[in-house]
Structure formats: C-alpha cells, structure tokens
Design a protein around this ligand. Structure first.
Ligand code: DQQ
Length: 491
C-alpha cells in the first residue's frame, strides 16, 4: 500500500481509502492515482482523483458512490464525462496530479489545488467551479516555489489560531490561518507552510518560506499525508503512508510493503509558528495493562526496564525534569543540521544532559535497540532541545536503511518538562516530543527483539542526572477488523 486517499467522516462511519496494488507486494503503475473526498451539499460524497487519458497524460477525474445507503461506500462509479480537468499546457504529461478536498467560498465557487511542477518549480494549480464538474484554472497558482520539484499530494486547510479544535475545510474567518502541505517527491518528505488565505483576492501568503530545513510534519518517514475534518469530535485528523526501510527483495520475501501511520489530531501551536500532532484519543480503546511510575531519578548510566506490558506493541508516555541547566553543553544551533548531530552523537555517546529517553524494541543484551532520546544544549543563555531517533542499532540484519533522524523541539527546558510519547508496533516506532511539537517516525526490523523477547527501557547516558517525573505505558491490543473487502470502482 501507499498513499492515503479520500479520508472522510460520512453518515456515522470514518472512511479511509488508500493506494493499493492487489497483484504484488511492491508499487506498480496504476490508472488511478491519488485523490481526495469532498462532501457536497445534500450530504453527497464525491471523490476527485488523478487518472491517465488515452495519450498517457495525467488528468483529474470524478467518482461518486454507487449506493449511498451502503454504510461502507464500497462501490464507486466513474463519471462518464471524465476527465473533468485536462493537463495544463506546458506541463509534462506525468507532472499533474493529486487533487485536494475542495473548499467553498462565499462567492459560491468551489476551489481545489492540484500538484505539479514546471522546470523544477513546484506548483499548486488552483481551480474553481460552481458545479464541481466544470473547472476553470485560476490565472495564478495558489502557490509555487522554485527548485522544489514536483509537489505531490498537496493539502490545504484552515487551523484555528486560538484552540486545538479542527474546522471544516471551507471555514474562512479571521480566527483561522491556512496550512499548505506539499509532498516533495525528490525527498519523499511532507513540508508545510502556515499563512493567510484570501478567497476574494485568491491569494495565499505563507508566513514561512518552504525550505528544506523546516517545517515538516514528521522528521522521519512520513509521506503523501492527507487530513480531513471530523465533525463528530471537531478535530482535524491526519494520516500518512510510511514506507519500508528494507530492500525490495525483502518486501517480496515478506509479501507486503508500506503501512499507514497511526491517525493524529493536528492543530496550530499557541505560538502560531508550527503545528502540533497527537495520536487520536481512540488509541485508549486499545490500551491494557497500564504501568506507571513517578519521580524516578536516572543517574548517569541508568537503565530502567519498563516491565508488565507488551513491549513490541505499546504506547509509552514519559516526561523528564531537569535541574542545574546552567551546566548544559554549549552549542551554536545556527546553521547546524540536527539530523547530523543525532547521527554523529548517537545514543552511545555521552554528553552532559543527554542522551536520555527510551530504548524501544531492545534485545535483553541491548545488541538491538531503537533509541529515541534528547540532548539539551545552551547558547547565549538560551537552551535548545534536540530530539533524535537512532535506528543504527535497531537490527542485526544488514541491508536496511538505518538512517538516524533528528530535529530541534521548540520548548524551553527551564520552563517545561521534556516529554516523549512513543507508539511501538512491531516494525514502526512513532515518536512525539514536546507534547507533539516534534514527530519522528521510523521503520525498524529487529531480529532478536521480537515478540516476548522485545524489551523497553528508559535510559540516561548523560553525566547529569535527570528525573522521570511521570511515566505511563500500556500494551496496545490489535485493532479489530470487522470486514475485509476491496473497494470497487466501475465505469
Ligand atoms: N503516489 C501516487 C501519486 C502521488 C504519489 C500514486 C505520492 O498520485 O503523487 O500512487 O506517493
């Protein structure tokens, strides 16, 4: 599987579709490319997706459910008038795809954007329509950025400036800012901008430039994401495709590749400069065997095993209190690549404050371990918190991509505790630092630390002590699959 497509809440059911190759474990060319759902007035869902025309050009198509009373919307019918949007002139035949969920402005016109590129400039083409069938391209794109390559799976949605609730994609108000997320194919990373959108002027002014250093949804593996508004709980939910870190030969041997991240709620941080993500609360329905502890001092070299849960399928929340921060190591963070510091100073390299954090999917002798940890530095009286996910020791198996990931978390350890939440599920480790201000997802393939052999530890390998102020961990049960069916799409 790969990209999530058309997530939506409709008539009491959360719907989720995704790119899927039914004929083998690897991606292969298909005729339906990614798309998004919109619920039209009268409670009618519709999907816009990318297809290929007879001349092998990417075009945008429509499909509607065959039977609205099927609670699972299993069969979809392609509109006979497809395509509804043709390849723009001057754009290469395979550079025009992934329409978004549409939003409706006061002038009665629906809008969508479609990802593209021209001469390496990434483009979000903007289209307008009154009837959802006839679309006109606006003279200027919603946004474009030079040298970023094709923009895949764009997403465009409002976020409240003063709260964590989500809002419908069509909400326009002085109380919202707009997020434009684009997938950079050349890097397989989802980047986003936060800005102001005016449907009257039809312009979008991001407050941050799209640069390769920042801002990303996730600083590990996380791509082709899509969000939707959940009117039941007034939140925006985000899901993404997480690809493998093993080889194609390994995927063929195991018979599958690709998975979907655990769904996250997403909202604008109080500082309005970044987004915050947090696993949706429904995960609590899968919790069992809670273990907890408070106020545990971790001295240099401490290893505290978290026992009593299924360490290979778990949810762990831990927060650390630091004192004596004036002795933190000096580091000038400007111009520094945090991922590089994480890989040079891996979990075995002693610092002052850090590395401290969790060792997930660890074998009893620690030969295998995925270390998610922090280091705290200071510069000119300010403190900086680096978060790393170190996969270098995650498996004794060779031929894997064991890249270490890392980024700075925007928190002040003098004011706030340093928190980490990690979801562990066999070959995926999703970590949320600073209450969801920093997310890192990793794929790992232990050979020893599997099933009952997998262990989980809190650790400190820094010379300064840190205190675990609070730890809660749970086993996570398997999700229950009620029906297993393939969605059909017919002409
Ligand atoms: N994958 C889809 C495309 C999209 C890409 C095809 C992103 O529509 O651009 O499966 O992973």
């Amino acid at each position: 599987m790969n990209d999530p497509n058309g997530p939506m809440y409709y008539n009491g059911v959360y719907h989720f579709f995704y790119q899927y190759n039914p004929f083998g474990p690897l991606f292969s060319d298909q005729i339906c490319w990614s798309g998004s759902a919109t619920i039209l007035p009268g409670n009618k869902p519709i999907i816009l997706y990318t297809g290929i025309d007879s001349q092998n050009r990417q075009v945008q198509n429509l499909a509607i459910p065959k039977n609205l009373s099927d609670p699972f919307l299993r069969e979809w019918v392609k509109y006979t008038g497809n395509p509804i949007i043709n390849l723009p002139e001057g754009i290469q035949h395979d550079d025009f795809r992934d329409p978004t969920t549409a939003w409706l402005a006061d002038d009665g016109k629906w809008r969508i954007i479609v990802g593209s590129q021209k001469d390496k400039t990434g483009i979000a083409f903007l289209y307008q329509s009154v009837d959802f069938v006839n679309w006109t391209r606006h003279e200027s794109p919603l946004h474009e950025v030079a040298d970023t390559g094709i923009w895949e799976c764009p997403d465009f949605f409002p976020v409240m400036v003063d709260g964590t609730n989500g809002v419908d994609t069509s909400v326009m108000s002085p109380r919202v800012k707009h997020v434009l997320k684009v997938g950079l194919y050349d890097y397989a990373r989802d980047y986003y901008m936060i800005g102001d959108y005016s449907p009257e002027k039809e312009n979008y002014v991001p407050q941050n430039e799209l640069t390769l250093g920042t801002l990303r949804y996730d600083y590990g593996k996380y791509y082709a994401s899509k969000s939707f508004f959940d009117p039941v709980k007034n939140r925006r939910i985000l899901m993404a495709w997480v690809n493998e870190s093993d080889s194609e030969a390994d995927d063929i041997a195991k018979g599958w590749s690709g998975l979907q991240s655990f769904p996250r709620s997403i909202w604008l941080d109080r500082n309005q400069k970044q987004l915050v993500q947090w696993p949706i609360e429904e995960i609590e329905m899968l919790h069992e065997n809670e273990v907890s502890l408070q106020n545990e001092n971790l001295e240099d070299g401490s290893l505290h095993e978290i026992q009593g849960i299924t360490a290979w399928q778990a949810d762990v929340k831990i927060s650390f209190k630091l004192t004596n921060l004036e002795v933190a190591e000096e580091l000038d963070p400007s111009g520094i690549d945090p991922q590089l510091i994480c890989s040079k100073m891996d979990a075995s390299k002693k610092g002052k404050f850090g590395p401290f954090g969790l060792l997930a999917l660890a074998s009893h002798d620690l030969t295998e371990q995925t270390a998610i940890f922090f280091r705290v530095f200071q510069n000119n009286g300010r403190h900086f918190v680096l978060m790393c996910s170190d996969q270098s020791q995650s498996s004794t198996w060779n031929g894997l991509d064991k890249t270490t990931y890392g980024a700075f978390v925007d928190i002040d350890p003098q004011q706030d505790e340093i928190s980490l939440r990690t979801l562990i599920d066999h070959s995926i480790v999703e970590s949320f630092g600073g209450g969801g201000k920093m997310c890192i997802t990793a794929r790992v393939y232990p050979t020893l630390a599997i099933g009952e052999e997998a262990k989980l530890f809190a650790f400190n390998n820094g010379t300064e002590s840190v205190v675990i102020s609070e730890l809660s961990a749970w086993s996570v049960k398997k999700a229950r699959i009620n029906i297993e069916e393939t969605v059909m799409c017919t002409d």
